[in-house]
Write a protein that binds this ligand. Structure first.
Ligand SMILES: [Zn+2]
Ligand SMILES: [Zn+2]
Length: 577
């Protein structure tokens, strides 16, 4: 009797809060294939293995899935493979000091990728990979993307794992913690009945993300994706690396039923995993894809084109300046849904409710994209935009020509060599007690080079570091950069640092750095002192240059593995201005 009453009470609760069922749509092929990007397996903090996850993706109707386990990119990615009929690709999610960066479609890195986000972006690009700034709008500061001026290739416009955290934060902010908790408890009741719809109801995207994206897209192409960030694990401890307080929720399958990306391949998939992986990656790299919230309505059908005197292009493409532009949107949006055409971060013209319409736009350069929204839920506050059903990639109207190069610095007009070309005068090797380092002059045809040999200690002990140091009694005040010509035995990333003395009011020992990639053939590098960033906490954003006492070339655990050894040759080193 009591049980029956309880069931009735729960039923009433569910009846009141159950989210609207997804709108079933008649399948209408639009030439795209559905898949999911940003998925964690049990190789990092996910719950299941690749086969089990691919089977879940198959049940959700997906055709491909991209694994992105946490790592430093030194692991060789698994080759593309069909699992349960789903094409499984393997990438990596790299933790940088400026947020997480997803790297796809590249060979293993010769050294660990870590440190500043701009450097990881540079490394992924040099390795030929495609990099995506993950959950840029995360409410957690250490997960939020900070390198908006770095040349990243793509950005997660919507992320499932971050979306519900944003919801929780916004709900707690606007309605108070208690109402937020009540919503979440209701969601736990709803979940078994309508899992994907329940999760979709808890998703938000961060304020200002469209503006940040539009500012980048105005300068260069940047691909927008939706990431599921699926773990099949809801961590309650608040620490993503701590699985002690985790629930197996939401399942991979329900995550895959919430969000997908729909890529437009340039040729049909053949069933050959390697060839099909290349086709899918080409479409992702080109931005030939849109994001769909399948929990709102599915299967979607969507097409966005722009036409002017020069021709017609699809989303992701660039179209040169050639007279007035006709933007055409076709979809199977259900009755009551609203289509918005964006020009950058502003809405272009009126809202649309037709499934097929065109908008006239001027000839001028612009970045257009499309969003389709479901009607707001009954009872939802007006300030709460519903999860968009579809978000397109951009069409860029502008003349060809790549990204404008960064403003060139004036060439140096004065320099002072700090390697005399004959001796190690002023230079010395430093190392931690367990590592080794030595310095000598190595003769070459027509001169000599500084040769630095090192061996970092193996094992897991922290603090492994070897350093090539140059002491500069007069500071670096008269100069604004350092010019180097150097090579290494194997590709590596080292840190150039300025270390303070204890005079001139400086805080002794404080350091600033800029890391640089060193190749196996001699290359010229210039490090600008105004481009340095603090190592740890410092009293000032930049060094007191008059008090700089040492220039350091540092090899440490950030970008070198324990037990790594090698040689670095320096042919030229000079202060410049
Ligand atoms: Zn992440
Ligand atoms: Zn992730």
């Amino acid at each position: 009797m009591l049980t029956a009453a309880l069931v009735a009470a729960v039923a009433v609760l569910i009846g009141v809060t159950l989210p609207p069922r997804r709108v079933p749509l008649a399948p209408q092929a639009d030439g795209t294939i559905p898949g999911a990007i940003h998925v964690h397996t049990n190789r990092s903090d996910g719950l299941s293995g690749p086969d089990e996850i691919a089977a879940a993706a198959a049940r959700a109707g997906l055709k491909f899935v991209v694994f992105t386990d946490h790592g430093d990119a030194t692991r060789r990615p698994d080759p593309p493979a069909y699992r349960s009929g789903v094409l499984a690709l393997d990438g990596v999610e790299i933790s940088t000091n400026g947020g997480h960066y997803i790297a796809l479609d590249m060979p293993p890195s010769p050294y660990p990728l870590a440190g500043e986000a701009r450097d990881v972006v540079e490394d992924v690009r040099r390795l030929g990979g495609f990099g995506i700034a993950a959950h840029p709008d995360s409410p957690k500061a250490q997960l939020r993307w900070g390198a908006w001026t770095a040349p990243f290739d793509g950005v997660e416009f919507l992320s499932l794992d971050t979306g519900w955290r944003l919801w929780a934060e916004q709900a707690a902010g606007s309605a108070g913690k208690w109402r937020a908790r009540r919503h979440l408890t209701a969601a736990l009741f709803d979940y078994p009945f309508r899992p994907a719809e329940t999760i979709a109801g808890l998703l938000r995207s961060g304020d200002g993300l469209r503006e940040q994206w539009a500012a980048v897209a105005a300068r260069r192409r940047v691909v927008a994706v939706a990431g599921v960030d699926a773990h099949a694990r809801l961590d309650l401890g608040g620490d993503p690396d701590d699985s002690r307080y985790a629930l197996p929720f939401p399942s991979y399958e329900s995550s895959f039923r919430v969000l997908s990306i729909r890529v437009r391949p340039d040729s049909p998939l053949s069933g050959d995993a390697a060839g099909d992986a290349a086709i899918v990656m080409r479409a992702i790299r080109a931005g030939h894809l849109y994001m769909a919230a399948d929990a709102v309505a599915t299967p979607p059908s969507f097409e966005f084109t722009a036409t002017n005197d020069l021709g017609t292009v699809y989303e992701g493409d660039q179209l040169g300046i050639g007279g007035p532009v006709t933007l055409r949107v076709r979809s199977n949006a259900p009755q009551g849904f609203t289509t918005i055409v964006w020009s950058g971060a502003s809405v272009l013209g009126a809202e649309h409710h037709e499934q097929d319409f065109s908008v006239q736009a001027p000839a001028e350069p612009a970045v257009y994209s499309v969003e389709i929204r479901a009607p707001a839920r009954r009872g939802a506050s007006s300030s709460e935009p519903p999860l968009p059903w579809i978000r397109s990639n951009a069409i860029y109207i502008r003349d060809p020509g790549g990204e404008p190069p960064p403003a060139a610095r004036a060439p140096a007009t004065a320099s002072e060599p700090i390697f005399d070309g004959r001796t190690t005068a002023g230079w010395r090797a430093e190392h931690d007690p367990t590592s080794l380092a030595a310095l000598e002059v190595a003769p070459t045809i027509g001169g000599a080079e500084l040769r630095f040999r090192y061996g970092l200690a193996g094992g897991a002990a922290p603090g492994r570091v070897v350093t090539l140091a140059f002491d500069t009694p007069r500071g670096t005040e008269s100069y604004d950069r350092l010019g180097l010509t150097l090579r290494a035995e194997h590709p590596m990333r080292i840190s150039l640092q300025l270390r303070m003395g204890d005079d001139q009011g400086a805080a002794s020992g404080e350091r600033w750095q800029r890391t640089l990639y060193v190749d196996t053939s001699h290359q010229e590098r210039t490090i600008y002192f105004d481009d340095l960033t603090p190592v740890g906490a410092t009293h000032t954003p930049l060094p007191v240059f008059a008090a700089v006492r040492s220039v350091l070339l540092v090899v440490d655990a950030t970008n070198s593995k324990p037990g790594d050894s090698g040689r670095i040759w320096i042919r030229r080193a000079e202060f410049q201005r």
